[in-house]
Design a protein around this ligand. Structure first.
Ligand code: ACO
Length: 338
């Protein structure tokens, strides 16, 4: 028997407000046809003004805790992946912990963007395997809409992102049969910081030659909006996610054909089709949600996991592979028996 971790509860939450590509046509110099052809996105969710990232996370977390069949007081850590925290500091995990009403337990914020949830899952797995923790709440939540350039010039990035949250509870488990029991099998995490400025949010920040981390010049130049070199991101996303997953499966002695479901990050439907094609994965084994949510960054994989459960496509005992790629560049892959 080996001490391991497994996913015991899943929850998600998306804001009610649906923003279609046609809605964006009225704000930005774009078209439904362009967005669908280039990205696969049809609509996304945006929050109202009075909602924060930890509010979305709270709703997803309550559902995940209920689904795990534990009491919130059984949690012994919160790991929160987000690039859009409520405030610069303290971390979003602190706000969530207070709203959830579980004072005293440690919280960690993970800042690895689209890869954040897989980093968070891997960290939770290590804490549980060390024997120090039994039930960790792992969340990915984002509010992109408040940070996008929604003017006619904002189309390059503005059409891609949506708001949402997904949460899982990871709990300690004794694995008797490594090939059959539910547990996290293996995770690989990567980063190449030399690409940091290919996809980033420059301001506010201390990386400017300025005495203030936020000034009028920064706002006038639009440096408080995300900047992206889409083509470089696209090419690297396909290359790095496939490499990582191939190496992970090899190391774990798992064959692609034995994997029941692929839950990839959702940045572009064409990225995932290319991945599936390169690796010989049948399209029906890839679960995509980008059409209805856009790219929800750290929330994407747990949101997809929850939808896949609701739709009956993800069932206990299934072998699942996830891969993600995002700003940093960071990328990761993970294999788990659900
Ligand atoms: N609507 C209409 N036209 C547009 C839009 C838009 N929303 N955006 C760009 N265009 C125009 C461009 O200006 C360009 O016009 P031009 O030829 O007159 O110059 C034309 O469409 C083609 O633009 P490209 O950038 O070459 O389009 P491409 O086919 O590369 O698609 C896209 C762009 C969808 C962004 C693609 O590159 C992509 O998906 N990249 C990966 C994005 C990604 O993975 N991001 C991850 C972010 S996640 C994170 O970690 C935060």
């Amino acid at each position: 028997m080996a001490l391991s971790s497994k996913i015991t509860g899943v929850g998600s939450f998306v804001p009610e407000r649906v923003v279609t590509n046609h809605d964006l046509e009225k704000m930005m110099n774009t078209s439904d046809e362009w967005i669908q052809q280039r990205t696969g996105i049809v609509e996304r969710r945006w929050v109202d003004a009075n909602t924060s990232t930890s509010d979305l996370a709270l709703k997803a977390s309550i559902e995940a805790i209920e689904n795990a069949g534990i009491d919130k007081n059984d949690l012994d850590m919160i790991i929160f992946a987000t690039l859009s925290p409520d405030h610069d500091f303290p971390g979003a995990g602190c706000f969530l912990q207070d709203k959830l009403g579980v004072p005293g337990i440690p919280t960690l914020d993970i800042r690895q963007q689209c890869t954040g949830f897989l980093y968070a899952m891997s960290i939770a797995d290590k804490f549980i395997k060390s024997g120090s923790n039994k039930n960790i709440l792992v969340i990915g939540a984002e509010i992109h809409s408040k940070g996008l350039d929604r003017s006619p010039e904002g189309r390059n990035v503005g059409v891609l992102f949506g708001d949402g949250a997904g949460a899982i509870v990871m709990s300690a488990t004794d694995v008797k049969d490594g090939k059959a029991d539910s547990h996290i099998i293996n995770c690989h995490l990567h980063c190449d910081g030399s690409y940091a400025k290919e996809l980033w949010l420059p301001g506010p920040g201390t990386g400017f030659n300025s005495e203030n981390r936020c000034d009028q010049k920064m706002l006038d130049e639009g440096l408080h909006f995300p900047q992206m070199n889409g083509k470089v991101v696209f090419v690297n996303a396909v290359k790095k996610m496939s490499q990582s997953l191939i190496n992970l499966c090899k190391e774990s002695e798992v064959k692609f054909e034995d994997i029941d479901l692929f839950l990839f990050h959702q940045a572009n439907l064409r990225i995932n089709s290319k991945l599936a094609e390169m690796m010989g994965i049948p399209e029906e084994k890839v679960f995509n949600t980008i059409q209805k949510y856009g790219n929800t960054t750290a929330a994407t994989i747990p949101l997809g996991m929850h939808d896949a459960v609701k739709e009956g496509k993800l069932k206990p005992g299934m072998l699942v592979a996830s891969a993600a790629f995002g700003s940093g560049f960071t990328w990761a892959s993970s294999l788990y028996r659900f």
